[in-house]
Design a protein around this ligand. Structure first.
Ligand SMILES: Cc1cc2nc3c(=O)[nH]c(=O)nc-3n(C[C@H](O)[C@H](O)[C@H](O)COP(=O)(O)O)c2cc1C
Length: 369
């Protein structure tokens, strides 16, 4: 067993599957799916990661069937004959390598922006018609819109199950639609979906409950959430572990089976003022007992800010990751950029071929290697 990844190379039960190890591929938007259809190159890209030893692939954010879902015509969609045929080829290719794969269901809400390429005539919608910066954009969602949105999440989840995916992940992080409900700055509603943390969590919980009812009790429903938002790295949806406990109780009560707290650095304490070294993943697992995924700069030899510019902070290596795993902070570790550069990152670790690992460079994002 590789000294580098230690117990992370042990098997893990996920839904009805036994994953060969605890390394997940983090969801990463690539925009190589023309008109929303994942083609052969996308299938090959994911197949290579499965062949390279990744235990669980979480796909790039995929659009749910809603007119104002997002700005891009090149983000893959989870509805329609051609996109779903494309996804079936992706799923079959990953399964043929013995891998497991779940799609990330995505709606951008206000982050769709003012000049979308996809459905430009449709108005952008969000909890309160506010961008992440707090400026007006589009319009606030009506109660009828919320019903329609729940239906869109359900349809996407049912489509994912029908094409053979092994579960789904709801993108509730980074300042996109579900997170816009959780964040007080973007949710100024005065109905039952705004106000207290419990009220702000009510719509995400409603989506979870509806999806859970649609896919049945055994199908994994992963929920990704974060404190940080795109362009607002210091943002917070909860200020303490007690508030985190309230939020997680609501999501778990609604039917989430795996939690995926997204952090930019896996080793950072979530609530330093509480005199605890626990990461957000550590707190999440401690509070819920549910399988939890950690993430953030695993396997990077430099720390990149905004994905591009190397930061001064030193690389931390994998020993602290393995130590936190052995201490019971999480069950799976998601790897993002290191897997963009090297599809064989896991197998190279498992077989001690560390010198062969291709280090991440932002230039690798330009193609599907
Ligand atoms: C090119 C790129 C695209 C990303 N797209 C998504 C996405 O679609 N959904 C999501 O939840 N996170 C997305 N992220 C964040 C990653 O999932 C991950 O949390 C982040 O890159 C930190 O992990 P890493 O340091 O191992 O790369 C993206 C990151 C990158 C670099």
């Amino acid at each position: 067993m590789s000294a580098q990844l230690g117990g992370l190379l042990s098997p893990f039960e996920f839904g009805g599957l036994t994953l060969p190890n605890r390394i997940a591929m983090a969801p990463m938007t690539r925009q190589f799916s023309t008109d929303g259809v994942p083609g052969e190159d996308v299938a090959e890209y994911y197949r290579r990661r499965a062949a390279g030893g990744v235990g669980l692939i979480i796909t790039e954010g995929t659009y749910i069937p809603h007119d104002a879902v997002g700005p891009s015509t090149r983000v893959p969609r989870l509805w329609g004959t051609e996109p779903l045929e494309g996804w079936r080829r992706v799923v079959d290719a990953v399964h043929a390598e013995g891998g497991a794969i779940i799609p990330q269901l995505w709606h951008l809400g206000a982050a769709r922006g003012a000049e979308p390429s996809f459905n430009p005539e449709v108005e952008t919608v969000s909890p309160s018609g506010l961008s992440l910066a707090g400026t007006p954009i589009g319009r606030a969602l009506t109660l009828a819109d919320l019903d329609e949105l729940v239906g869109a999440y359900v349809q996407a989840a049912e489509n994912a199950k029908a094409v053979g995916f092994d579960g789904i992940e709801l993108h509730g992080a980074h300042g996109y639609l579900l997170d816009q409900f959780l964040w007080a700055q973007t949710n100024r509603r005065d109905d039952e979906f705004g106000g207290s943390l419990e009220a702000r969590a009510a719509f995400p919980a409603r989506v979870v409950r509806a999806v859970r009812n649609a896919v049945g009790p055994e199908f994994p429903v992963v929920y990704r959430f974060s404190q940080w938002k795109a362009g607002a790295y210091d943002a917070k949806i909860v200020d303490s572990s007690a508030e985190l406990a309230n939020l997680l109780n609501i999501l778990v009560g609604a039917g989430v089976s795996v939690l995926h707290p997204s952090t930019r650095r896996f080793w950072e304490p979530a609530f330093p003022s509480e005199n605890s070294e626990l990461s957000l993943a550590g707190w999440t697992r401690h509070l819920t007992g549910l399988p939890t995924v950690t993430v953030g700069s695993v396997g990077l030899d430099k720390i990149f800010l905004g994905g591009q510019r190397p930061e001064a902070a030193a690389a931390i290596g994998l020993d602290p990751l393995v130590a936190r795993f052995e201490a019971g902070e999480f069950d799976l570790a998601a790897v993002g950029r290191a897997l963009i550069s090297d599809a064989d990152w896991v197998n190279k670790h498992a077989t001690g071929r560390l010198a062969d690992i291709v280090p991440f460079d932002p230039v690798h994002q330009k193609t599907l290697i």
